[in-house]
Each structure stands twice: as C-alpha cells, then as structure tokens.
Design a protein around this ligand. Sequence first.
Ligand SMILES: Cc1cc2nc3c(=O)[nH]c(=O)nc-3n(C[C@H](O)[C@H](O)[C@H](O)COP(=O)(O)O)c2cc1C
Length: 327
Amino acid sequence: MIGDRAIETPVMLAPLAGITDRSFRKICRRAGAGMVFTEMVAAEGIIRDSQKTWNLASFQDEERPIGVQLFSHDQAALSEAAARLEILKPDALDINFGCPVKKVVRRGAGAGFMEDPERLAEAVRSVVENSSFPVTVKIRSGPTYDRLTAIEAAQGAQDAGAAAITVHARTTAQGFKGEADWEVIATVKDAVGIPVIGNGDIVTADDMVAMKKQTGCDGVMIGRGSLGNPWIFSACRAACYGDAWQTPDPSNRWDLIEDHLLSAVEDKGINVGVREMRKHLGWYSKGMPGAANFRAAVFRMEKPEDVHECCRQFFQNRIYPVGADHG
Ligand SMILES: Cc1cc2nc3c(=O)[nH]c(=O)nc-3n(C[C@H](O)[C@H](O)[C@H](O)COP(=O)(O)O)c2cc1C
C-alpha cells in the first residue's frame, strides 16, 4: 500500500532521468511492474510553467499507478509545485533526496538533504500539507559510510507524514558505483512503520527474493536492471506469486520491443522518437549474436519504417544485417 492506494505487485520501476519516459514506463507496466515513477522533475520548472517540465511530469492513465518525482533544494518550491501537480492526479508524489550529482548536492537538493535529516523532514511536512495524494520519499544511505543518516531521515519523513520510503542503499559519495549495502535497508525497515521499498543492484528475480529475505522490505524498486530487460518485472511478479516463469521467446520479445518503438515515435514524434530509441535498442540487443552490426546499421537509419524493419528482422527473425559479427 502507498497511502490508500493498493499496489498489486510491490515491484516498481525506478525513476531514471533521461530514460523512464512515458513509452518506457508503459512497457514496464505491461511487463508487470506494479508501479512506475517519472524521471525527476524540477519543482521550479513546474512553478514557472515550463512546458518541457510539465511534459516530463505528465503521464497517461495506462501507466497508473504512477508517482511523479519532484526535486528542488527549496521546500517552498517543492510544496508549491506539489500543489500545482494536483491537476495531474498522480497516485503518489515522490521527493528526490538521492540525486548525487555534485552541482545538485552543493545546492542542497537531491542527496544534499541527507546531510541534514531535519531539513529533509521539514520539506516532507510542507509537501504533505500541500498535497491530497500520498507523498513518498527516495533517500540514500547517507552522505558517506561514516555518516549513515538513513534512519534519522526515514523516521523524520515518517513523522512528517510520508506514506512510503524508498532506500537506495548507497551513500552519496558512492554515486552509482560500488555495491549497494542492503543492510541499511534492513535497519530502516526496523526503524519505521510505513512501507519500505528497497533499491540497489537488483538485476534478476533471485536478487529481488534475496533482498526481501535479507531486509524484510515491503517492496523493491528496479532501475538499471530493467534496461533492455523489462521482462525482469514479469520474472519478479512470477516469483512474488510462486508462478513458473519462462524467458520470453524472440517473438514475445519482439512484441514488446515493437510496442516500445511505436509508442516512442507516437509520443515524441518520428525524429526524436527514433533517436531516443537508439539507446534502448542498444540495451535490448546486448549480448545477442550480431548485435554490434545491428547497432551500427540501425543507428544510421532515420526513417522509422527502416528502423522498424531492421529491428523486426533482428529481434524476431534473428536475421543480422550484412557483415554480421558474433557479439
Ligand atoms: C541514468 C540514471 C538516472 C537516474 N535518475 C534518477 C532520478 O531521476 N531520480 C531518482 O530518484 N533516482 C535516479 N537514479 C537512481 C535510480 O533511481 C536508482 O536509485 C539507482 O540506479 C539504483 O538502483 P539500480 O541498482 O536498480 O539501478 C538514476 C540512476 C541512473 C543510473
């Protein structure tokens, strides 16, 4: 449960800036993700009415349940943006307390809040007061291993009215490197009563099962493990319900990849849609025989019908472009 919203399968797609756009979120929901989140959205952009920012925050009904994620260093901006986002009626409003980018942290936004759990709690309180929907937070372990502030931050967020807490079990100093330390998720789970969602380094359904067992977390969130592999959500879903699961065959894989391609083009237009799909096609083809040649060929194509046909041949019929390699 997130507030009064039931989440059918507690396996969520993480917010990934530049990646988890409408088309990818839709694909992940279709593959079995129980909830998805937008990329981080600048509170100030919402307040200024920047069309680009509103576009990042907006979503379609079929993506629900969805959380819109806000970030800012300024609690007044966060709460004003939250109030303005009411119009979109998201299922949750998430606050980013985890972005480790130096410029962001120096301004006190993102993981900058992990330095000062009291400031974090105040920000949560002011957003909760201005929102009619559940407010969730995404935190890190703390600024450094010597200063693990996750427990104080989680308790402060809970007291301020947060409905759930996602813990990315890395420190700010780690960025996205090194291993996530799942023990931090376990200590946060012990310290609060609201749902705790564990995050960091889940790349298989077995990892999900292991994280749940080790930490007792109520749900998990998957980021990089979903790139080129939205089927991780169906595998996790099957593991949650004790169902058998089989790796999708080429035709099933192509079904979803085709849907992704068409939906990206529909949503962003031909030029941007095709360009933005390139990174996903790179991830989808990773490790497949002929992948390097496929990528070289498809990345040069501009026309969506050419891209579509080349992808169909490669993913569905396993036909590589001429001169195919084997990696
Ligand atoms: C390219 C990239 C973009 C990210 N963007 C966001 C973001 O917008 N908001 C956020 O809270 N976390 C963001 N993250 C962090 C992820 O949500 C997640 O916490 C992190 O990648 C660890 O989970 P994973 O090991 O499953 O990827 C980003 C991570 C990456 C690699």
